[in-house]
Design a protein around this ligand. Sequence first.
Ligand code: ZN
Length: 291
Amino acid sequence: MSSEVMEFSFDDGKVIKNNAVDLFKQTRSGEKSRISLISFKKFSDGVLAAKARDKGAPLSDAEKADFISKVDKKLAEQLGKPVEALTEVDRLDIKSPRFAFAYTHYRDGVGSVRCASKYEGSNVIKPELCCNKMGDADQTVAAVLMSYPVKDGMQVDEDLLAQRKYVNFYIWRMSAKKFRKLEDAYKEARGDDKFTIDLIVTLDGDPKYQKQQIVAGSNAVWAKGKLDAETRNWVLDQGLRMWKHVPNNLGYEMKMDKLAEKLGLGGAPALGGESGAETPRLVSSYDDLIS
Ligand SMILES: [Zn+2]
């Protein structure tokens, strides 16, 4: 049975909850969070990249399809289910966190704007107004994370985790510099043979800057064998859902004429004109209608 359709106006708009994804932000200096990155590449992504490296050239579509079906066959065998029953979650390689990046510009009052220039690798080959007026764009990286319910000593409260309480999912948007710190934490863990890990993140200073210390924790609690498979799959499924919102969180794709206007450069086309001749009639007060 589907739910009922309900009509509302702005006056009772409170019934609408904001389902937009939140960005991971810590709010007070010294605040600690135990988190884990939970969006991952697929096993086939890793295989295709390795095969393309071996070949020294991009794979053809036929080659890709062939490798993907081989990977699927192997996964199905390992999981003891038919290939057709494989889910997106089954195909995730939890040793390989997934990141995205885009070139962005930031300006107070304008916010984070996606760079519109054309790049070849990391070089601008056709600069647009954004770069001309705001300088070189920065690389902004995003990933999906889960924050845990914790007990004393930043230990995960596994009961609450299993009950899916106080578990939050966020998009973590960061500068290239913060990404390097994160990468270093992973490198250190990998040196200890840990691949899917938790991280302890501590806010260092004013929340406005979100300067964070990032330290590798133990093997990720959500991925441990002792946790039930249903919880693990739920976490991975949340990661897949959140990933869809990553592109929207890598800078607003503003039209360049709009940006010119925002930057006070003028030249923006005036609205209205002939098409705006007929204006809608507004009632200033409902009392006018019933008096
Ligand atoms: Zn730009």
